[in-house]
Design a protein. Structure first.
Lengths: 210, 423
């Protein structure tokens, strides 16, 4: 029943996806099943992004469609989403930097690859990362930064995590000026050039075959 | 009697001319005597002299002095003006579309553009019906709290009737909110006049030390970037490729001619033939090749060619990764465009555009900040090995020299070129 929805989202057909969602809900189809079809479609979008077939427009359109589907399904949902996740990742753009696009792409790709991502947004103060790791018991932290001034807050965030006792939490960094020298310099465990690198690194740390 | 024209040039003038020639020879595909160094420096020299971005935005004359004291230690061939923004003007007008040091960012942070949807998708038709009216009455109030009273004006086209100055327009001018706004505008204008001298002061100071300055005061964009930056935001513009492709293209068509005209007029006003074109949303990771070909490249190509036809030199800064776009850059008019690269496959760039445009760049920012002088030297040598035979290589950091760069790394960049870059 939900196959048509899967195809509509995969095909980036917004109006069709919304129409089918409403039809399915009208036919009392299990809302969890509807959301599952959406997630399956996002998996395909993610794969196409990895292959270099899809880019920002497709990620944004599919994200927009999924949000619209979820909004329609929400009133029918009971209980919480207990789908099994690979691990928890706290992610954000560091203090002083308000760039969100690269961060959003990485968050998207980590989510479609089965990670639970706590997205702290942009211009995130050092303490907020530390508090989020504590609260959510996250195993992985991702620090994004586009500006060269992001180096110092990255270093400070990593230092603060270590000082707070989170020595086992793995930290990855990424963004415009980040390369191997910067990764070592700020004390991160790994760096990535793009969202696919982030997924590979996270899977490696979570002990999942890439 | 002393013939002014035949007076021997001073050493400073000779240095100035030699540096200028070195840069422009490389820029126009004529091999110079050595690889030129032209480093975009927004805040690096200011930082060295203990100044911050806030100094540049609020005490520009002090910033010019500090910049000029520091820049002379680098034997570069072409200088660019430091990062500037009229902080006080922005404050007076209540500008909310940017954040900057000394106002709502820490003193040492460069300004940041506030990315958002300034025009919603359902306003496309209204914009297309009358772009200027939409800009004045809808967009200005959204960019600055001090300009909100423009929203009280009647439709601008309605003000075309000959009684407007003594009727509708005058009625609007009488409203208290409008009067308050006009007072702020007057104050902002007076403040802005103080900033206008900065470029001239910088250039004079540089010339006095034997260094030329590349102006690029006139600025233009890829038309897609304009829509994406200033109207629809990145998410809106990217989704519009699917949801509103025709309207997106229509707006691109509409804004291109006035944007070109404005840059040409600015270049004439400042007698500065270089048009700076920071390009960002067409980088490899943002959109597919086909989307670039359909939505991005046609407008950009038209804009670049219009400047070349007007006798100007487009200074394109390809920020981000551009290997996938090299095939388009092959259509650039040979030797007429300054092409500054951030991230690109060097071998492919050499092969595909090495004979068409200069290669200006691209020591990675990360290496300048966190690498060693040897890392920097090795990268510069690699650039010279790959592009040296074109004679059109110009050395800089990928996105200029970041203010966080280590000075020993910047020295290594400079010295490697002086030693290894002689033709």
């Amino acid at each position: 029943m939900t196959n048509k929805l899967f195809n509509a989202i995969k095909g980036l057909n917004r109006d069709e996806a919304f129409k089918i969602t409403e039809e399915l809900l009208g036919k009392q189809v299990n809302p969890e099943e509807i959301l599952a079809a959406g997630k399956d479609a996002m998996q395909i979008i993610g794969e196409r992004f990895e292959l270099g077939e899809y880019f920002l427009p497709e990620l944004m359109v599919s994200g927009d469609i999924l949000a619209g589907v979820a909004k329609r399904v929400k009133p029918y949902l009971q209980g919480s989403d207990d789908a099994k996740k690979h691990g928890k990742v706290v992610f954000g753009t560091v203090a002083g930097d308000i760039h969100d696009i690269a961060k959003d792409i990485v968050v998207f790709m980590l989510e479609v690859n089965g990670f639970e991502v706590i997205d702290l947004g942009v211009d995130v103060p050092v303490e907020e990362f530390v508090n989020a790791v504590r609260k959510h018991e996250a195993e992985i932290v991702g620090l994004s930064g586009f500006l060269t001034l992001a180096l110092e807050p990255m270093r400070q965030t990593i230092d603060a995590l270590r000082t707070a006792g989170f020595t086992d939490v793995k930290v990855m960094v990424g963004g415009g000026p980040i390369n191997d020298s910067v990764c070592k310099d700020v004390g991160a465990d790994a760096w990535g050039e793009n969202a696919m690198d982030a997924v590979t690194i996270a899977k490696d740390w979570a002990g999942i075959a890439a | 009697m002393r013939n002014k024209d035949k007076a021997p040039l001073t050493q400073l003038e000779l240095d100035l001319n030699a540096r200028k020639k070195r840069f422009w020879d490389a820029a126009t595909l004529k091999t110079p005597d050595r690889v030129p160094l032209a480093c975009m420096d927004d805040y690096f020299c200011l930082s060295l002299g203990g100044a911050t971005a806030a100094t540049a935005y609020y005490e520009p004359e002090k910033a010019v002095k500090i910049y000029l004291e520091q820049i002379g230690q680098f034997n570069w061939d072409m200088m660019t003006p430091f990062g500037n923004l009229p902080g006080k003007v922005g404050e007076i007008l209540g500008c909310t579309s940017n954040k900057w040091a000394g106002y709502n960012l820490p003193d040492n942070h460069e300004f940041q553009y506030v990315e958002k949807e300034y025009m919603s998708a359902d306003e496309y038709d209204e914009f297309l019906r009358d772009p200027s009216d939409f800009t004045v009455r809808k967009l200005w109030p959204r960019m600055a709290t001090g300009l909100e009273a423009f929203g009280l004006f009647p439709n601008l086209l309605v003000l075309s009737h000959s009684f407007a100055p003594i009727s509708d327009l005058a009625l609007t001018l009488g409203q208290p909110e409008v009067q308050e706004m006009l007072e702020k505008m007057l104050e902002a204008g007076k403040e802005m006049n103080k900033y206008n001298q900065i470029f001239e002061l910088t250039e004079q100071g540089l010339n006095a030390q034997g260094f030329p300055m590349l102006g690029g005061i006139a600025t233009a964009h890829a038309p897609f970037d304009w829509v994406s930056d200033y109207l629809r935001g990145i998410k809106g513009s990217m989704m519009d490729m699917y949801y509103e492709p025709d309207k997106l293209k229509a707006v691109i068509e509409v804004i291109t001619p006035p944007m070109i005209q404005h840059a040409i007029e600015t270049a004439k006003m400042f007698d500065d033939p270089v048009v700076f074109m920071p390009l960002h949303r067409g980088a490899d990771p943002f959109m597919s090749r086909d989307q670039y070909a359909e939505f991005y490249w046609p407008g950009l190509k038209k804009t670049i060619n219009a400047f070349v036809d007007a006798g100007l030199t487009p200074f394109t800064f390809w920020e981000g990764s551009y290997t996938g776009r090299l095939e388009f850059l092959q259509e650039l008019p040979p030797g007429k465009v300054l092409s500054h690269f951030d991230v690109v496959d060097l071998e492919k760039a050499r092969e595909m555009i090495g004979d068409i445009t200069c290669f200006w760049g691209n020591v990675p920012a990360g290496t300048l900040m966190s690498g060693t002088p040897d890392d920097v030297g090795d990268y510069v040598k690699k650039l010279i090995d790959i592009f040296g035979d074109t004679g059109s290589l110009i050395i800089d950091g990928g996105a200029g020299i970041p203010k966080e760069a280590k000075i020993e790394n910047v020295m290594a960049l400079t010295e490697t070129v002086l030693e290894y870059g002689v033709y």
